[in-house]
Design a protein around this ligand. Structure first.
Ligand SMILES: Cc1cc2nc3c(=O)[nH]c(=O)nc-3n(C[C@H](O)[C@H](O)[C@H](O)COP(=O)(O)OP(=O)(O)OC[C@H]3O[C@@H](n4cnc5c(N)ncnc54)[C@H](O)[C@@H]3O)c2cc1C
Length: 504
């Protein structure tokens, strides 16, 4: 298989984060890659419409906030010499952990061994993707063909395992076919390429869970001579019914979001797409308000919303019975979690590399499918499952908060623990902050911090020992009440002109 791959190469559908990572991963193992991408890909500055929206038809979530975890940065830096430098030249920032540590006088706040692994990348998604694309385009062995829409897979089987041996695509108004031994599907969450093969009888196992988060997001730019406010603790502030996030991005840009629940009759409302409502709410959240002070920054886009969040896991060999050969989904087309966990790009890069490694090592066509499935399982399943649990707990806390579920001692405890561990302790205690982000950034298992009793002692201490850090953490945890938010909405949306609620 390896020699065949090196001779014939592989075809990747989609030139977004997963497709580009797959191309780079195969190419670094000497396997030539052709990427077929439906969109016309122009420079980011030419993608920005007069209203500030970054237009990328195939990636409609381009405008939404993206947090690029240190696991992603570390992998890119390790595998692709010069890529991070090119990203930085394009404006992407590297934010070291020391920049986000709570400001205390004790020695925990000074850099420690291992901190270098916790640096994150900060960028608007489109800028990071473009830097990756330019890097990939310069690699000998990677061919990127744009304005090529893949229509369907070609398969010769009548029963499982179905052998995929090519695809049909449209280019310049003409339909063509392309035969190939390996197709990597990086066409994202909307992939439909397996549908026809499933109709023919392939028993693919899809787990799907709809998550209720919805994002309202606006892009901003610092005014000349201004700087970002200090980063202390986590990039957002978490409440049971909303999360306000602030993400520094490339150059002077940054992205603000309010994340709400789609079952919320107050907050999941088109009124939040009104800039005045969006900003009035943020101005009442001190941690977020600092970013959008009028003298500090100006908005560069409207408020854009996104509510298509889910957990997904696709298996092509359920119970070890291989259903499809020669076709390998990567990125969002195989595994996704609620984007609030910021995992998608990291999993795309790491998962693509695992696939390339398995195919380059070779084996029978069935073994390749099984080995890939097992590798995904081993590397991502526990992290993904933990996030699903947290998402369900977040939903439960939300339901209690808005009166959709009873307020019990247990629910009050869950709410307090979420607040202490997300808002207070990481803003007060540098060691706790490190422990939390190591888990959050995928350096340790997501639950690793919670299994250490010393971390719970730290959480308790952070919440009771008085001092400037605790005062700051409490201030940054202030918010408008739901009644105040209702008044903000009403003040900008007189009933007769009020936009229709989204859930109506
Ligand atoms: C609201 C939101 C916030 C997110 N925040 C984060 C975050 O903070 N951190 C993080 O790591 N991840 C985040 N993610 C997830 C992240 O965006 C994705 O996991 C990541 O981009 C990988 O996506 P992908 O490359 O698999 O697919 P996509 O980015 O969806 O790209 C699919 C590509 O395939 C192309 N394509 C589609 N159909 C065809 C066809 N028929 N023929 C040819 N080409 C085709 C498209 O044009 C596109 O280029 C977020 C996602 C959302 C929705």
């Amino acid at each position: 298989m390896e020699a065949q791959l090196q001779a014939r190469g592989i075809v990747v559908i989609g030139a977004s984060i997963a497709g580009l990572s797959a191309a780079l991963a195969f190419n670094r193992r000497g396997i030539p890659v052709t990427i077929l991408e439906r969109d016309v890909l122009v420079d980011v500055k030419d993608q920005i419409a007069p209203n500030g929206i970054i237009q990328r038809r195939g990636v409609p979530h381009s405008m939404q906030p993206h947090f690029f975890l240190s696991g992603l940065r570390n992998a890119l830096s390790h595998w692709y010499p010069g890529l991070i430098e090119q990203m930085v030249d394009a404006g992407v920032k590297e934010i070291p952990v020391k920049q986000c540590l709570p400001r205390t006088r004790n020695s925990d706040a000074i850099p420690k061994p291992g901190d270098e692994d916790l640096t994150v990348l900060a960028s608007r998604r489109a800028v990071l993707e473009q830097a990756m694309r330019k890097y990939a385009e310069r690699q000998q062995g990677i061919t990127l063909r744009t304005s090529v829409k893949v229509l369907r897979l070609l398969s010769d089987g009548k029963q499982a395992p179905f052998q995929v041996n090519g695809l049909e695509y449209e280019e310049g108004g003409q339909t063509h076919t392309l035969s190939t031994d390996v197709i990597v599907d990086a066409s994202g969450r909307m992939t439909r390429f397996l549908d026809s093969i499933i109709e023919e009888g392939a028993h693919v196992d899809d787990f799907h869970y709809k998550s209720n988060s919805a994002y309202f997001t606006r892009h901003y730019r610092l005014r000349t001579g201004q700087d970002f406010p200090s980063f202390v603790g986590m990039p957002g502030v978490l409440f049971d019914d909303l999360v306000a996030t602030t993400f520094a991005a490339d150059d002077a840009n940054f992205v603000m979001s309010i994340v709400v629940n789609q079952d919320d009759s107050l907050l999941y409302d088109r009124a939040l797409s009104k800039p005045a409502v969006f900003e009035d709410i943020l101005r009442r959240i001190p941690k977020a308000a600092r970013w959008i002070e009028p003298e500090r920054a100006e908005p560069t886009s409207p408020v854009v919303s996104w509510a298509n969040m889910d957990f997904f896991w696709r298996k092509l060999a359920p119970d070890g019975r291989v259903q499809v050969l020669g076709y390998f989904p990567v990125g969002d087309s195989v595994i996704r979690s609620n984007p609030k966990f910021g995992r998608g790009c990291t999993w795309s890069v790491l998962g693509s590399d695992m696939l390339a490694d398995i195919l380059a090592r070779g084996g029978s066509p069935e073994e390749l499918v099984i080995n890939y499935q097992n590798a995904l399982e081993e590397r991502f399943r526990s992290e993904w499952a933990m996030m699903l649990t947290v998402d369900k707990e977040d939903q439960a806390r939300f339901e209690t908060r808005v009166g959709l579920a009873p307020n019990t001692i247990r629910s009050r405890a869950a709410s307090a623990v979420a607040h202490w561990t997300s808002n207070i302790a990481p803003t007060v205690d540098p060691t706790f902050y490190r422990e939390l982000v190591k888990a959050y950034y995928g350096i340790t298992s997501p639950a690793a911090w919670a299994t250490k009793p010393s971390n719970w002692l730290r959480v308790l201490r952070a919440n009771v020992v008085p001092g400037a850090s605790l005062r700051l953490a409490r201030k940054y945890s202030e918010r408008p009440s739901r009644d105040e938010i209702a008044s903000i909405i009403a003040s900008h949306c007189p009933p007769e002109k009020s936009p229709a609620p989204i859930h109506a």
